[in-house]
Design a protein around this ligand. Structure first.
Ligand code: NDP
Length: 483
């Protein structure tokens, strides 16, 4: 019998109003489990208990917070193999990436364990005599976290860990496409000695549980990662209650490959950046802006590298590209392949659905050439193992093309010219810049976020996360009349 996994609400594991089935995208005959969908009453109960628990947690000493976060992180890192296998089984990314993600997620918790000991404020003299000023941060309160399926454990962890570190209560609504990873992380958090209801898992559809969460006046902040249309809807709903928001919504990242680049390195960075995670990364290199002087050499080598990538079952040794996450994503990807062709780009390889020994959502990585920056395949986030080459004749043209986008999460350049790299670092209109690196691949101790449609609100990760998860309090202290 298929196992039913429950929500964790106000400190108890509870069945929901209904369930959804979770299937392995590498093998549709593999049912991972049934996952409870939270009811509106359960959501209210979680919100009410979170308010009580948050007050207790905010008053809890920093060493206790350190111990809790460190225990969560350490367990995740220790169990990275097991939990990474589960993640890859339900999301479809190759096992090495699944394990890496869980380990990285653990590092977010250990990083914020240390950060919980490092909560320094400021002091200042008043402009008035005998008055001193103390500026410190306090918890925001009850935070709703809405996370996507493409990094089901890491994205949630880089939100949950700072939320708890800075003294908040959390209600987590994970993506319904990846509930198993959510239950696994919740089981680890639920083991900790924390106030009852400090952390609740509320699985359910975004349009139902997610919407109720963002519309609730009982929530002080919403941290969201997902698509632009959903993000805009969340912003509209949140503003009704003046709820603080932080949103990361994808991108259309470009890697500029200059005439002085190490071409073999550029090919490796382009292939990894475009097709890692089956292209389902907000940092994916989905535009390759290539100087005409090395265009042909770059394209012929990238073609070889793309065709050599092994597509297969996420848990099979040697797989470099797993299936895409769902039938809906596959259908959208195929539509983008047809769109690119109809717009006049040339599909050099891939882009077709693949048959494998197990039935799943497999497709061959696709490489477009002869594309231009006005095409929709170069303007919309495809979230697919697809990338497109745009030929340019100069660095200036490359930079102008790269910046001509509504998004701005990451931008990369391949060059051996220091002056050019420096100019690029200063003039690329994006939140993260990569020099001689793929556009994907970031660290856990520094800020992450973008410009334009990519992000809204304060940055995530590193000590910058405090900006969202805390409020600043300025206290004036009079020492009375001078002695
Ligand atoms: P969504 O934006 O629909 O989903 C992201 C999260 O938001 C999920 O937990 C989802 O829940 C939830 N959600 C959906 N609708 C609402 C709503 N009305 N109110 C509150 N929460 C909601 O992204 P998809 O998963 O559908 O992916 C679609 C596209 O979004 C991708 O193809 C890609 O372009 C982009 N995307 C970008 C990501 C990034 O890293 N920036 C991550 C994921 C997607 P549920 O899915 O359970 O219904």
């Amino acid at each position: 019998m298929t196992q039913l996994y429950k929500n964790y609400i106000a400190g108890e594991w509870v069945a929901g109003g209904s369930e959804i089935e979770n299937r392995n995208p590498s093998d549709l005959s593999d049912v991972i489990g049934l996952y409870a969908q939270a009811t509106s009453d359960q959501l209210e109960q979680a919100l009410d208990q979170a308010r009580v628990a948050q007050a207790e947690w905010a008053a809890t000493g920093i060493e206790k917070k350190y111990n809790v976060l460190m225990a969560i992180g350490t367990e995740m890192m220790t169990r990275a193999e097991e939990l990474g296998t589960l993640l890859s089984r339900e999301e479809g990314k190759p096992l090495v990436e699944g394990k890496g993600e869980v380990y990285r997620a653990g590092q977010f918790f250990t990083y914020y364990a240390a950060e919980s000991l490092r909560q320094m404020g400021d002091t200042a003299d008043s402009t008035r005599e005998n008055i001193e000023i103390d500026v410190r941060r306090e918890a925001l309160g009850v935070v709703g976290i809405i996370s996507p399926w493409n990094f089901p454990t890491a994205t949630a962890s880089w939100k949950i860990a700072p939320a708890l570190c800075y003294g908040n209560a959390v209600l987590w609504k994970p993506a319904n496409a990846t509930p198993a990873s959510a239950v696994a992380l919740t089981e680890i958090i639920a083991k900790q000695d924390i106030p009852k209801g400090l952390f609740s898992l509320v699985m359910g559809a975004g349009s139902e549980v997610g919407q109720r969460l963002v519309k609730s006046p009982k929530v002080d902040g919403i941290s969201f990662t997902g698509s632009v249309p959903v993000g805009k809807g969340i912003a509209r709903a949140a503003i009704e209650n003046l709820t603080k928001i932080q949103m990361e919504m994808g991108s259309k990242n470009a890697l500029a490959v200059m005439d002085d680049a190490d071409v073999d390195l550029a090919v490796a960075m382009a292939a990894g950046g475009a097709f890692g995670g089956t292209g389902q990364k907000c940092t994916a290199s989905s535009r390759l802006i290539v100087h005409s002087a090395i265009h042909d050499e770059f394209v012929s080598k990238l073609l070889v590298a793309t065709e050599a990538m092994k597509v297969g079952h996420a848990l099979e040794a040697g797989t470099q590209i797993g299936p895409v996450v769902s039938q809906q994503q596959l259908t959208e990807n195929m539509a983008y392949v047809e769109l690119g062709k109809s717009e006049g780009a040339e599909l050099l390889c891939g882009g077709q659905r693949l048959e494998m020994p197990t039935e799943g959502y497999y497709m061959a990585p696709g490489l477009f050439i002869n594309s231009n920056n006005d095409m929709r395949i170069n303007r919309e986030e495809m979230f697919a193992p697809l990338t497109a080459v745009i030929k340019v004749d100069s660095y200036d043209e490359a930079l102008t093309t790269l910046n001509d986008t509504n998004f701005g999460l990451t931008a990369g350049i391949m060059t051996q010219n220091l002056a050019r790299a420096t100019h690029f670092r200063r003039n690329a209109k994006s939140g993260c810049v990569m020099v001689n690196l793929a556009t994907a691949g970031t660290d856990y101790h520094v800020p992450f976020g973008g410009r334009g449609d990519s992000s809204y609100g304060p940055r995530e990760q590193g000590s910058y996360a405090a900006e969202f998860y805390t409020v600043v309090k300025t206290t004036y202290i009079s020492s009375g009349t001078p002695m």
